[in-house]
Design a protein around this ligand. Structure first.
Ligand code: NAD
Length: 497
């Protein structure tokens, strides 16, 4: 069995705590690797290394930083296949899906290549006689990222490229379930010429996370993961004086109006509910079918679901892979059986599915639940598996009331041909990301990503302009180059003239 390492000071560092976590291949169920869990001392070493590196990286020129980032962009681009294979081996998602996440992560590296444009300050001349004012943004110091299992490469890339482009140094704590893709990204950064200690990785569990949250030399923490942990990270990090952005879980609704293109809506529901086996924070998990749309839409979804190929992520024929762990697989299955017991109609039951020759893999087929109501567990909880619920409502108003009653507000979508209804929806729905006939509206890298309500704790969305703001702080400089006529005693509050 392979033993993985931390990445500190530009090189692999063996774990010394004696604690390890298992890394499985979800398609076979076999534990193929173990990952070291960092102790408090090991986190402290990584932070001290990052702090030392900040002394030079924090004052390095924009030209130098962007030169590294441009080279990094080329290296990640050239290693897309290898990174995607690492993702599939530990997460289980199919290769094409893994390639998609690398591509979306690369968008943020590309944004970071243009950081000099984003860090251009503002200057106002002659705000008062012979007085100029400039606003600049400066890096924070050492910042940290804590990331979830479902996007082993993309979510770390939502964070560190912008953070380091802004002049910070970074300590990443990736998900202990999928550590290898992030490790590869750090190796490539070193190859691109990123100075040692600017990007560090500590693997680990709650011990490492809690040390990050308490460490006095960490200025800011970006977190992406489930809502209860996001809430905890935000409360603890801010109580310790840190800037925190903590993105949480979701329950994304797709509203289908009677005038929608039902073929497109059915395709979109399938792709967004079952892609990556539903293990996406932007997955559609509820279809809200208005009026008489439910019956024809369900028929179309059933036809498409029957044709899906589920299998190992490294088999090019597979469209959906296994779930991350056996425990998670059983939990997802329990929602399907529970929904039936609570009165939902199980239109498709995927719980008995397995793959011949891979019986120990974490398999589940796709499930479709009809006649779901808001009090059912399958509606209330984030299932994070390939389970799509259909809620039937009579009107748009009933639909929007249901959706806005959800504690989450990550992504949402409306399917309609009515521009007026779509416009109303954009303005009325309480969610951070809205799709109009687009089921997974993940913003491009130069916009920002983030939800509302229990899907995000903190004031900043992630990447885009919000990312640049999160990883920098403002400074305003007021300058006078004196003239002999200036000066004199005046105890009044400074006013401009
Ligand atoms: P998770 O919350 O279990 O873990 C996320 C990170 O927190 C991991 O690095 C993990 O080691 C750490 N962690 C776990 N328990 C902890 C604890 N008790 N104390 C301190 N740290 C802890 O999430 P996950 O299962 O890895 O990922 C899936 C979740 O992430 C889903 O809820 C999904 O919706 C959410 N997610 C959200 C977004 C978003 O952008 N809003 C994106 C991807 C995933």
């Amino acid at each position: 069995m392979k033993t993985l390492s931390h990445w500190i000071g530009g090189k692999p560092v063996e774990g010394t705590s004696g604690n390890f976590g298992p890394v499985y291949n979800p398609a076979t169920g076999a534990q193929e690797k173990q990952v070291p869990f960092a102790s408090v001392d090991e986190v402290d070493t990584a932070v001290a290394t990052a702090k030392e590196a900040f002394r030079t990286w924090g004052t390095s020129s924009l030209a130098k930083r962007t030169a590294v980032l441009f080279k990094y962009r080329e290296l990640v681009d050239a290693h897309r296949e290898e990174i995607a294979r690492l993702i599939t081996a530990e997460h289980g998602k199919v290769h094409s899906d893994a390639l998609g996440e690398v591509a979306r992560g690369l968008e943020i590296v590309e944004l970071a290549c243009g950081i000099s444009e984003k860090l251009k300050g503002e200057l106002s001349t002659q705000v008062s006689t012979r007085v100029d004012v400039s606003s600049i943004r400066q890096s924070l110091g050492v910042v940290a990222g804590i990331t979830p299992f479902n996007f082993p490469a993309m979510v770390p890339m939502w964070m560190f490229p912008i953070a380091i482009a802004c002049g910070n140094t970074f300590v990443l704590k990736p998900s202990e379930k999928v550590p290898s893709a992030a490790f590869k990204l750090a190796e490539l950064a070193a190859e691109a010429g990123l100075p040692d200690g600017v990007l560090n990785i500590v693997n680990g569990d709650k011990t490492a996370v809690d040390r990050i949250l308490a460490h006095p030399d960490i200025a800011a923490v970006s977190f992406v993961g489930s809502t209860p942990i996001a809430k905890y990270i935000h409360a603890t990090g801010t109580a310790n004086g840190k800037r925190v952005q903590a993105l949480g879980g979701a329950k994304n609704h797709m509203l289908v109006l009677p005038d929608a293109d039902l073929e497109l809506a059915a395709d979109s529901a399938i792709n967004a509910a079952y892609g990556s086996a539903g293990e996406r924070c932007m997955a559609i998990s509820v279809v809200v079918a208005v009026g008489d749309t439910a019956d024809p839409l369900i028929e179309k979804i059933k036809e498409r679901a029957a044709a899906l190929t589920i299998g190992p992520g490294d088999d090019p024929a597979s469209e959906m892979g296994p779930l991350i762990t056996k425990v998670h697989r059983d939990k997802v299955a329990s929602y399907v059986t529970g929904a039936a017991a609570q009165g939902a109609t199980v239109a498709i039951d995927g719980t008995g599915f397995t793959v011949e020759g891979h019986e120990d893999g974490h398999w589940i087929g796709v499930s479709l639940l009809d006649n779901v109501t808001p009090e059912m567990d399958c509606y209330r909880d984030e299932i994070f598996g390939p389970v799509l619920s259909v809620v039937r409502v009579e009107t748009y108003d009933e639909a929007i009331a249901l959706m806005n009653n959800s504690p989450w507000g990550n992504g949402t979508a409306i399917f309609t041909r009515d521009g007026g209804a779509a416009r109303r929806f954009q303005l009325e729905v309480e969610a951070g990301m809205v799709g109009v006939n687009v089921p997974i509206p993940v913003p491009v890298g130069y916009h920002s990503f983030g939800g509302w309500k229990d899907s995000l704790f903190g004031d900043h969305h992630i990447y885009g302009n919000d990312g640049v703001h999160f990883y920098t702080r403002g400074k305003v400089v007021t300058t006078r180059w004196p003239d002999p006529s200036d000066g004199g005693i005046n105890l009044g509050f400074p006013s401009n003239s």
